[in-house]
Each structure stands twice: as C-alpha cells, then as structure tokens.
Design a protein around this ligand. Structure first.
Ligand code: ATR
Length: 277
C-alpha cells in the first residue's frame, strides 16, 4: 500500500468548517489511502502547528479565518495569485518547505463560469472589501470585464482592494454607483441577513442589476440569502456561496493528494440538498 497522505484545515473557530466533509468525500470516491481533518489553533501557535504537521508527514493544509494573511508570511514560496491577494488558503509541504497558494481565486472564477456560462461582463460590482473581496477582485482582473466598482462602508479599505484591478473604482453605499450592473458579488457579512439596515442596503444594490445579470453571494447559510432573493425577483441568475467553497477545495485536493477529485459536484449536490431542506 502506498504511503498515506494526510491534510487538514486550520482555523479558529473551526467546528463549522465543511472542508473535512468535502475532502473526505473525494478521498473516499477515489479510494485513496489518507485522511483530512481539522485543527483549532490560536494565531500565535500557527507557525509551530505548521512545522509539527510538516514533521508528521502531512501533505499540506487549508487555512481559514483568521490565519490567511499570517500563513502567507510563514511560507517559503508564494504563488503569484496568493501574493497578489495578500492571503493564502492552501499550503503544501515539500522538502521541509511551505508553498502558499490562494485557490479562492479559482473557486470564484470557475464556479461563476460553470453556472453563468460567461466570463465577460460590462460592469461588475463587488460589495465589501475584506479578504474574500480581494480574491474576487484578483479573479475579475483576469477576466474580460469592462469596469469594476467596489462598494464599501470604509472607503480606505475599498481603495486597497481597488489597487488589485486597474479598471476598478471605489464607491460608498450612498453614492449612485449602479447603472447597468451585469455582475454583482456580495462579500459582506450583511449577507447573513441579521441586520435590517443591511438588508435594505442589499435590496437597493440588487435593484441595480439588469435582467439576466448575475448575482453571487459568498454566504451559504442561508443558501438563498436576502440579497439573492432580491436579485432573483429582479430576473437575475443567482449563485450561492457553496459552489465557490467546493470549487476552491478542488485544486487544494489535487495539490495534497496528487489527483483532482473525480466528481467534485457530487458533494456539492449533497450539501445543497441538506442546506436547502
Ligand atoms: P472577509 O475577510 O471574510 O471578507 P471582513 O474582512 O470582516 O470579512 O469583511 C467584511 C465586509 O463586510 C467588509 O467589507 C465590511 O465593511 P468595512 O470594510 O467597512 O468594515 C462589511 N460590513 C460588515 N458589517 C457591515 C455593516 N454593518 N455595514 C456595511 N458593511 C459591513
């Protein structure tokens, strides 16, 4: 039997993470000898934790909140997309060295293309300027997009994200920024729907989408967020956050286990079924 390959996701909190289920389902499908688990680690313990896992023979780890920026600093080598985004979500261990990548960029662009069938847009709007927004902006900068507007409460944060794509401009929620938007991505925590003012802001934003435009939310709990409901009501194609999550995991799986998942969408359909019921 070949040497077992182990990987994990590291974050804090981590109990909610779907990554172990996604990767383990692909391991089982492939009949591979290995496991994928999760570790809850304090930020100050990240470096020791990574080196311990490397010594134990792990193939690599996924990194989630709040460690994505720190992980990049701890890496020996960094992929161009992780360097551009300024955060890593996938680390692989080779010859006592840490290689950092950011597969969120792929997860977003790939899933958007699968569902919408398009990779060119006239006007894309990104709501929010956190870590997820940075990965999405970098992906949009590689696509055929006429212009990009980043809408955020804190303008200085939006300006930092805008630097990732030369064609982008920054706007506050209050300004008139929304003419003829054919792609809108919500990366704010307003998508969780717990805030009445936030819901109103997202309703107004969704109202700027043209009929047949594409609306995506990175939130997947609930699967149909208030933003997506409003966008659907206006005739947009809607894309939930689960697909991006599953598709960012696929290149990480290949980096850890040496082969791509044979049927990445099987677990996506299962999770969608559970989250929708
Ligand atoms: P992540 O890294 O997961 O994307 P984050 O860095 O916490 O998360 O970013 C959350 C986003 O939601 C930010 O764009 C934040 O706006 P600010 O940059 O102004 O903080 C946005 N956000 C959170 N709560 C908000 C609120 N009540 N109103 C408007 N925007 C909000």
């Amino acid at each position: 039997m070949s040497k077992p390959l182990h990987a994990a996701v590291i974050g804090r909190p981590i109990s909610h993470s779907l990554s172990p289920r996604i990767h383990q389902s692909w391991l089982d499908d492939a009949g591979l000898h290995g496991f994928y688990t999760s570790f809850d680690l304090a930020p100050e313990d990240l470096a020791d934790g990574l080196h311990a896992l490397m010594k134990l023979g792990f193939a690599g780890v996924n990194i989630t909140i709040p460690h994505k920026e720190k992980a990049l600093q701890l890496a020996d080598e960094i992929s161009p997309r992780a360097a551009a985004v300024g955060a890593a979500n996938t680390l692989t261990f080779q010859n006592d060295k840490i290689f950092a990548d950011n597969t969120d960029v792929h997860g977003f662009a790939h899933y958007l293309k699968i569902v919408s069938g398009r990779s060119s847009y006239d006007h894309a709007v990104v709501l929010g300027a956190g870590g997820a927004s940075r990965a999405i902006m970098h992906a949009l900068a590689q696509m055929n997009v006429g212009k990009i507007t980043i809408v955020n409460r804190t303008i200085t944060r939006a300006e930092e994200v805008a630097a990732l794509a030369p064609i982008s401009k920054v706007s506050s929620w209050e300004e008139a920024w929304g003419d003829d938007v054919d792609l809108m991505v919500n990366t704010t925590s307003l998508g969780l729907g717990q805030d009445a003012d936030g819901n109103k802001a997202l309703e107004k934003a969704a109202g700027q989408l043209i009929k047949g435009g594409v609306a995506m939310d990175i939130v997947y709990k609930p699967i149909k967020t208030h933003f997506l409901e409003q966008a659907e009501y206006r005739g947009a194609i809607t894309i939930d956050g689960l697909g991006m999550l599953v598709h960012q995991a696929a290149p990480a799986f290949e980096a850890f286990y040496g082969q791509p998942p044979s049927n990445p969408d099987k677990i996506l359909r299962q999770l969608l079924g559970e989250f929708s019921s």
